[in-house]
Design a protein around this ligand. Structure first.
Ligand code: NAD
Length: 415
């Protein structure tokens, strides 16, 4: 495999695509088609701060592919987001939707801003202005945003309202991850974590480890990290450490107790717990390590110290190709991002379907359908991995990339 000097999220994504193209024995023409994002939009997003000052932010939306349906992907508010990373994340969304067989292409968007620096009203103004700047290219049949790092259901409500005001009628299907009363789906809030939980259990079973009492460390305690940690704890696994941007913690009695403290104090440093650095958390002697924060957590530098038997990628692109090679040579089973964290987009798909039909499902129906789709995808990945003697990541990419390549061929080229 080709190694690149500097491993950005885009390098990682292109590396993984190239490997899938090689394994599928696709042509140079296929590579050109698959490695090119279809539409890239950069916008200026002016924000009037509460004190009257005006600041300019950069906003992005990338529609990587619309071959299998409207493009679909989250909106990230984070100071380090740029166009390169947005392209990488939109590419991963494309393979993820194809792997889970959802009728979507892939997209991603965001604003280079720290949401923590914004008041509620500033966040609303920024979200609405961003929505209005990307409005011509989004819509329930074109491109459907959702929450990602730094955004949540409030942002989706403002996006849905801005789009609807411009359309002249309510268009709930323009975004997913909305509040339930606006046409959101039951089960969407926890969906990504629920999918990570399903993936973790299946990976443990694949290695013959009893999930009851298996130990877990989770990097990131946001929407994905929290729902993963609490879901695993509820199934009898032992979550021994979690971290957020400010560092890690261990020695808490339960995830539920830690979450209560965190919600009230916005800090993980609950009395009676011990602090950990990010590196110490990654290197804990646990059965399962779950990176659920940002990209590039597991690199050539951090991978050699990883002692977990299984890495389940809750985050998108948390492992660089160099890190991946080291995990592979240490026989660590990696459940790749496009499989492990696909629960979010699967339930987003359910939300879009419910909005289209104006008919809403029970929580049990959502959970059971999520389980069916995840289990089917996991089964397909495991089977291909065994048949072709490739890693779970390579198998997942072969399935996702292969379906997009086939759809390209069948649709043909216009004109
Ligand atoms: P979030 O904003 O809710 O949470 C992010 C968490 O990561 C926070 O706890 C933050 O403190 C922590 N964090 C940030 N920088 C960190 C660092 N350097 N070290 C450790 N922790 C750090 O975001 P989220 O929605 O939970 O997304 C997390 C990851 O999961 C992202 O990679 C995202 O793309 C991916 N993902 C999210 C969804 C979804 O539905 N939200 C779906 C699929 C994948």
């Amino acid at each position: 495999m080709r190694l690149v000097a500097k491993e950005s999220a885009l390098d990682t994504a292109r590396e993984q695509l190239q490997r899938a193209v090689e394994l599928l024995e696709l042509s140079e023409n296929d590579w050109q088609t698959l490695s090119t994002p279809r539409r890239i939009l950069e916008v200026a997003v002016p924000l009037r701060r509460d004190n009257g000052d005006v600041e300019m932010y950069k906003g992005f939306r990338v529609q990587y592919s619309t071959t299998r349906g409207p493009s679909k992907g989250g909106v990230r508010f984070h100071p380090s987001i740029d166009m390169e990373e947005t392209v990488a994340l939109a590419m991963l969304m494309t393979w993820k939707c194809a792997l889970t067989n959802l009728p979507f292409g892939g997209a991603k968007g965001g604003i280079a801003v720290d949401a923590k620096d914004l008041s509620e009203r500033e966040n609303e103004r920024l979200t609405r202005r961003y929505t209005s700047e990307i409005l011509p290219i989004i819509g329930p049949e074109r491109d459907i945003p959702a929450p990602d790092v730094g955004t949540d259901e409030r942002n989706m409500a403002w996006m849905m309202d801005t789009y609807s005001v411009n359309a002249g009628y309510s268009v709930p299907g323009v975004v997913t991850g909305k509040p339930i009363v606006l046409g959101g789906s039951l089960g969407r809030t926890s969906a990504t974590g629920d999918g990570v939980v399903i993936s973790t259990i299946e990976a443990l079973k694949a290695l013959g480890i009893d999930p009851k009492g298996a130990t877990v460390a989770v990097q990131g305690f946001g929407k994905v990290g929290y729902w993963t940690a609490i879901g695993l704890e509820n199934l009898g696994l032992k979550v021994v450490a979690v971290s957020d941007v400010d560092g890690g913690v261990t020695g808490f009695q339960s995830v539920a107790a830690l979450w209560k403290y965190f919600s009230e104090n916005r800090s993980l440093n609950m009395p009676g717990t011990d602090k950990l650095t990010q590196e110490e958390l990654l290197h804990l002697n646990v059965d399962v390590l779950i990176p659920a924060a940002l990209s590039d957590a597991i690199t050539e530098k951090s991978a050699p110290g990883i002692r977990a038997k299984i890495v389940v990628e809750g985050a998108n692109a948390p492992t660089t190709p160099g890190g991946d090679q080291i995990l592979a040579s240490n026989k660590v089973l990696v459940v790749p991002d496009i499989l492990a964290n696909s629960g979010g987009v699967i339930v987003s798909y359910f939300e879009w379907v419910q909005d289209k039909q104006n008919y809403f499902w029970s929580a049990e129906e959502v959970k059971s359908n999520l389980n069916d789709i995840m289990m089917r995808a996991i089964k397909e990945v495991k089977a291909l991995s065994a048949a072709k003697k490739v890693s779970w990541r390579e198998a997942a990419h072969m399935i996702g990339v292969g379906r997009v390549a086939e759809a390209h061929k069948l649709r043909g080229l216009y004109p």
